[in-house]
Design a binder for this molecule. Structure first.
Ligand code: 5GP
Length: 199
């Protein structure tokens, strides 16, 4: 099953991601491609596949992205084949992408489940973004304005999770994924085994 998690910049997406990757090895995050420069500590092939703009545009024209978007002046995109491979290996796959990307994927794949992560408040979001010190003043303002626009679109998502206490947010996301696994349409194999025996 494929999931999209969208969250305004500074909501704590990366921390949530690292925690889920640690405690739920059957859930895989898709690693996106981006033209953004790596932040201190970010590694190529771990946090993102870092590409230059020419290479990114090449891949757009080759149709290699399931979705792509320009976010805050940088390109971000999801490699289609990479995601298909993870799904075919039986993983639940999370796309950690912006709202524009989420709507592109939803238009292509109806079985997608979408989750929006909210900060506890706008004041807290500003505090977290300022504390991170990875953006210039101008970029920070841009990200805050972007956050307001994205939050307006939260009602469009299937689920909303507030990241106030990290462990709670992580548990809520994992619960959404686990309950989806139990839906009857996702339990066909096990149901069939019983029904074949009993009929
Ligand atoms: P950041 O630069 O803070 O890592 O990410 C900025 C924004 O880009 C976030 O909202 C993040 O969800 C989004 N993003 C990251 N990867 C992708 C992607 O592959 N596609 C799209 N559409 N957005 C992405």
């Amino acid at each position: 099953m494929l999931y999209v998690i969208s969250a305004p910049s500074g909501t704590g997406k990366t921390t949530i991601r690292r925690r889920i990757e640690k405690i739920a090895p059957d859930i895989k995050y898709s690693i996106s491609c981006t033209t953004r420069k790596p932040r201190p500590g970010e590694k190529d092939g771990v946090d993102y596949f870092f590409l230059d703009e020419d290479e990114f545009r090449n891949r757009i024209s080759q149709g290699r992205f399931l979705e792509w978007a320009n976010v805050f002046g940088n390109y971000y995109g999801t490699d289609r084949v990479y995601v298909e491979e993870l799904v075919s290996q039986g993983y639940d796959v999370i796309l950690d992408i912006d709202v524009k990307g989420a709507s592109q994927v939803k238009a292509r794949l109806s079985e997608l489940i979408t989750i929006f992560v909210l900060p506890p408040s706008m004041e807290e979001l500003k505090k977290r973004l300022t504390k991170r010190r990875t953006e210039s003043e101008e970029a920070l303002e841009q990200r805050l304005k972007g956050a307001e626009k994205e939050i307006m679109l939260a009602p469009w998502f299937d689920y909303v999770v507030v990241n106030d206490i990290l462990e709670e947010a992580v548990n809520n996301i994992i619960s959404i994924i686990k309950s989806t696994r139990c839906r009857k349409e996702n339990s066909r194999d096990v149901l069939k085994r019983f029904l074949d025996l009993l009929t």
